[in-house]
Design a protein around this ligand. Structure first.
Ligand SMILES: Cc1cc2nc3c(=O)[nH]c(=O)nc-3n(C[C@H](O)[C@H](O)[C@H](O)COP(=O)(O)OP(=O)(O)OC[C@H]3O[C@@H](n4cnc5c(N)ncnc54)[C@H](O)[C@@H]3O)c2cc1C
Length: 450
């Protein structure tokens, strides 16, 4: 069989890879292959998350500008797309609660950040104790922030709809196919050679392309390493677990309730009270360290333990390893999160601080688990933003964490227009060829600066 030749290969049919394949194919006639190791699209982080279309009030407008702006536009993009595809977009708003004085300061800071990130004053307001009693009588807190421009969706369902639309635009989606080797093109006019194994026969197959987009989620850094590209990052994986509340709690609140994170210097939030787009109530997620980007259960984690520890220490000097593993705050955060993973009681108690009528014994059904793969730098500090690493003929999307699903369309347009500007993609089609409002797209491209 001859080698498959194409213009662009995108590795990973999670929400960002699938969105990019759809957006590029709605603006260009380039031949695109989207390649995915699983037998369905969006089965990893893109289905295993909280399902929030996050309003950008928890993101520092200086330090997290790109994701904050991407999330701001995400609300309108997903609202429009879900309406068109008849996918639930539960426009239910969110309340962030402060249960102590430190938390109150954070609430006021979040109000300011929300407005600086572009939220309208009518969409975000401070609630005092009396307001909260009226709006959510079962919630106990001192002060809260109500944001109406926040919604709940099923990002797995959205990813499947996008794949369907990409397919209609002639994107070739190859499933059950894991990329195992990538030969780096030394010069810009050279082709990139990829080898992949297609299950179940596992024979190695080959594709050649002019441009490669690595959107492999928790495996993206592994693919960068596979290509021998120099960088300064290591990956840590954290599993977030959820517990499903019994029906008797369905009328406990009208809003999802978030608390101020205990460890604000880390890119994780504390477990929330979540209202899902299907109406289910859940508690989660925590952030328990695990040994694999797919470490959903103990068996996988045990299998990955030795290679992960070896891979983590390899290439690190002792001082650097110590920096990461033994930082006092990291140890504190990790032990707190591990306790939440081992003990349902501990996790539910974190939410009981603001919903005191919850009883841990009522929670008998485990929900999904999702894994965040977070990059750390040389000093052992967490990288707070996504990284778009460009090399010859390639773009690698790394550290694409929350609110990555919220911002996927915004980031998709920003990256596509950048590739058009650089002459990598030819714009053959009018913007009106896709379902989103043209002004919204152009405003987004102007503001989401990558
Ligand atoms: C617990 C949790 C809660 C979250 N909550 C929210 C939220 O409420 N709102 C929000 O906006 N964001 C949230 N996020 C973040 C959001 O889910 C992610 O940012 C987003 O899903 C990342 O998408 P992705 O496409 O990069 O990754 P993925 O969905 O992981 O997709 C990557 C794909 O690449 C494939 N792949 C990997 N290696 C290969 C290979 N070698 N060959 C072929 N295919 C390969 C994988 O199989 C996978 O399908 C949450 C994340 C987690 C973990």
């Amino acid at each position: 069989m001859g080698i498959n030749k194409t213009d662009i290969v995108i590795i990973g049919a999670g929400i960002i890879g699938t969105t990019l394949s759809y957006i590029i194919s709605s603006l260009s006639n380039a031949k695109i292959i989207l390649i995915e190791q699983e037998n369905k699209v969006g089965v990893h982080s893109s289905s295993r998350n909280t399902g929030k279309v996050h309003a950008p009030f928890i993101y520092d407008p200086e330090k997290k500008k790109v994701i904050a702006k991407a999330a701001l536009f995400g609300y309108e993009f997903w609202n429009e797309y879900c309406r068109l595809k008849k996918i639930p977009f539960k426009d239910d708003g969110i309340i962030e609660v402060a249960t102590n004085n430190e938390g109150i300061k954070t609430i006021y800071r979040h109000l300011e950040w929300g407005i600086r990130n572009g939220l309208d004053k009518k969409d975000i307001e401070i609630l005092d104790k009396k307001d909260i009693e009226n709006i959510e009588p079962n919630v106990k807190c001192q002060t809260a922030l109500l944001c109406n421009r926040d919604a709940s969706v099923d990002y797995g369902e959205i990813t499947r709809a996008l794949a369907n639309d990409a397919n209609k635009n002639k994107v070739n989606i190859i499933m059950n196919s894991k990329v195992t080797k990538i030969k780096y093109a030394q010069r810009s006019n050279e082709e990139i050679h990829l080898k992949y194994k297609r299950y179940p026969d596992t024979n190695e197959k080959e594709i050649q392309c002019d441009y490669l987009i690595n959107a492999a989620g928790g495996s993206s850094l592994g693919l960068v390493n596979m290509m021998g590209i120099n960088h300064d990052y290591k990956n840590l994986h954290f599993r977030g677990d959820y517990w499903i509340a019994p029906h008797k709690y369905n009328s406990l609140t009208n809003h999802s309730i978030y608390s101020i994170p205990k460890f604000q210097q880390f890119p994780f939030l504390d477990p929330h009270w979540i209202i899902r787009s299907n109406g289910n109530r859940e508690i989660g997620p925590n952030a328990c360290p695990v040994f694999s980007q797919y470490g959903y259960n103990t068996k996988i984690n045990l299998k990955e333990f030795v290679p992960r520890i070896y891979g983590f220490v390899k290439g690190f000097n002792i001082k650097r390893t110590k920096n990461v593993l033994f930082k006092k705050e990291i140890l504190k955060m990790v032990s707190n999160e591990m306790l939440s993973s081992i003990s349902k009681w501990h996790m539910i108690n974190r939410v009981k601080k603001f919903l005191p009528s919850l009883k841990s014994k009522d929670f008998t059904a485990k929900g999904t688990s999702g894994i965040r793969s977070n990059l750390i730098d040389k000093k052992g500090d967490f990288i707070l933003n996504p990284i778009f690493l460009n090399s010859n003929n390639t773009m690698h999307i790394l550290n694409y964490n929350s609110p990555g699903a919220t911002g996927a369309i915004s980031i998709g347009f920003a990256l596509t227009f950048k590739l058009i500007e650089k002459g990598i993609i030819k714009k053959d089609k009018e913007i009106s060829n896709n379902p989103f409002n043209e002004k919204l797209i152009m405003d987004c491209v102007k503001e989401v600066k990558i």
